[in-house]
Design a protein around this ligand. Sequence first.
Ligand code: DQA
Length: 147
Amino acid sequence: MSLFFVLNGPNLNLLGRRQPEIYGRETLADVERDCRALATELGHEIRFHQSNHEGALIDWIHEAREVAAGIAINPAAFTHTSVAILDALKAFDGPVIEVHISNVHQRESFRHHSYVSLRADGVIAGCGTEGYRLALRRLASLSERAS
Ligand code: DQA
């Protein structure tokens, strides 16, 4: 059994109510419930967190260094701005999958660049909230390969 962190950046607490035409109507609680169900099905565990604060996300990445076999992260707007989150992820040894609910490449040009992609082993964008489950499946298969 492996432990994976699922981390969510700013404004994702408003999922389901914020720009539903882009991000859909599912809430972050729905996403967490579905991720937990899938993790159980796959025989793994998750810790699921959201923060609007960069430092909190960095602290969870540091915690993951000690206990987690992989990280799925939707850094939200910090994707496009945060060298600090990139550096924290570079200090994590396991696999990192970057998730975006929307297809960032179809959107404004400032969303086309991701600092986090410089470290991510995989990127999932435009698959809606299913992207989180795809990321967990990928982390599970990578952790099986590693063991
Ligand atoms: C997002 C895309 C980002 O550009 C945006 O700032 C978000 C959410 C997504 O999941 O599609 O807040 O990461």
